[in-house]
Design a protein around this ligand. Structure first.
Ligand SMILES: Nc1ncnc2c1ncn2[C@@H]1O[C@H](COP(=O)(O)OP(=O)(O)OP(=O)(O)O)[C@@H](O)[C@H]1O
Ligand SMILES: O=P(O)(O)O[C@H]1[C@H](O)[C@@H](O)[C@H](OP(=O)(O)O)[C@@H](OP(=O)(O)O)[C@H]1O
Ligand SMILES: [Mg+2]
Length: 339
């Protein structure tokens, strides 16, 4: 019935549980595609042919990078299969996803774009690779990372540990940082974050809770789990503004700037499924990109499965390889309109 219009999908059990499979299958079918879950425990060839491979393999790639033999084998099998079937559209290409597993690499890619022309920046950042505090002080100074800073594990995705963070307020507590990690200057933004969700040439943004304002002081390091802070229903005590900060005027995000960020980062990372976390700095009104995620949750994205299928069909119809496609794309993405 579908010929080779088949979409193979793989994601972790955790993510799979959040998918509305019946609805997703129906939307695929409306576009003339059959959707099936690829079983990576079984021979891939026997489950083919398929024309599209949609995946979130971040957990497995992260485990493979840490030396886990089973995960290494799985990724090898997937990569070999893809290389012997170059006609398959992979969303997103594995080498491109890999870049996002390393926060330092991801921030460096953002920093190298021309977004600064639009009042957009990545907060100053550097890697912390040693427990030698003197060396760390030098690295922080060289990169102009001031206090307080957020210390994030270098691994950006794919394990619970990737989301264990700290806010460091002074040099005296540098020992709390456990390398390998990235120090990123803390940007005061009145506890409001914007998540830009990108699906091919479409994007949408939602407002989320975030961390309150902090200032350099002699206070102890704050340890937190990032997954408790900026989900739609998060109610972290770290998000409650100090009384004096409640008066700071709220800046409305400019959809044109958010669109410019979406378009630029889609090209820079050469990926179709991206989440970008942005905060607007108090008083300067500048936009700080603090995090980029592969295949995010899309919580709040209207008609996500339709957008995804449109993205898939666009890729299939473009008839040229993914690498070139992102360079050829027009200069802006389309914001998803709600009624
Ligand atoms: N440089 C920063 N300045 C101010 N607040 C920040 C900064 N970086 C992160 N935060 C806050 O910390 C939270 C977690 O940071 P980040 O998004 O980097 O973590 P994460 O583990 O990659 O999260 P996720 O993958 O769920 O998006 C953000 O949602 C934001 O509230
Ligand atoms: O959609 P937002 O609110 O941005 O949140 C996503 C995070 O940004 C991702 O980092 C999560 O994936 P990982 O757990 O693989 O890092 C991702 O987990 P998911 O794969 O379970 O959706 C989401 O929690
Ligand atoms: Mg984030």
């Amino acid at each position: 019935m579908f010929g080779n219009k088949r979409i193979a999908c793989w994601m972790s059990e955790k993510k799979s549980q959040k998918v509305k499979w019946a609805e997703f299958e129906q939307v695929c079918s409306n576009y003339g595609y059959e959707l099936f879950k690829l079983d990576l425990e079984k021979d891939i060839e026997n489950q083919g042919p398929f024309s599209v491979f949609l995946h979130k393999l971040t957990d497995i790639i992260a485990l493979a990078n840490q030396g886990d033999a089973k995960s290494k084998n799985t990724i090898n099998l997937v990569e070999n299969y893809i290389s012997t079937h170059p006609e398959i559209i992979v969303i997103d290409p594995i080498p491109n996803v890999r870049q996002l597993l390393d926060r330092y690499k991801a921030y460096s890619i953002i920093h190298a774009t021309d977004l600064h022309k639009h009042g957009v920046f990545t907060p100053n950042f550097c890697e912390i690779t040693t427990s030698n505090n003197q060396k760390t002080v030098e690295e922080l100074n060289a990169a102009c990372v001031t206090y307080p800073f957020i210390c994030k594990p270098s691994l950006g995705h794919g394990s619970k540990k990737a989301h264990e963070m700290l806010i460091v307020f002074n040099e005296g507590n540098l020992r709390d940082c456990k390398p390998p990690c990235v120090a990123q200057a803390f940007i005061n933004h009145n506890a409001i974050l914007y998540k830009i969700f990108i699906v091919g040439d479409q994007y949408y943004f939602v407002e989320r809770p975030s961390l309150k304002n902090f200032h350099a002081s002699d206070q102890k390091t704050i340890f937190f789990d990032s997954s408790d802070v900026s989900k739609a229903d998060s109610q972290s005590s770290l998000s409650v503004l100090d009384l004096e900060d409640e008066q700071i005027p709220k800046t409305r995000p400019d959809p044109i700037i958010l669109g410019k960020i979406a378009c630029t980062l889609r090209k820079a990372f050469k990926m179709d499924l991206l989440g970008v976390d942005v905060v607007i700095e108090n008083f300067t009104g500048k936009y700080a990109i603090i995090d980029v995620n592969a295949y995010p949750g899309y919580d709040g994205f209207p008609n996500f499965y339709h957008a995804l299928l449109k993205c898939i069909v666009d890729q299939v119809n473009s008839g040229i390889n993914t690498e070139r496609k992102h360079n050829l794309k027009v200069d802006c993405l389309n914001i998803i309109k709600t009624n």
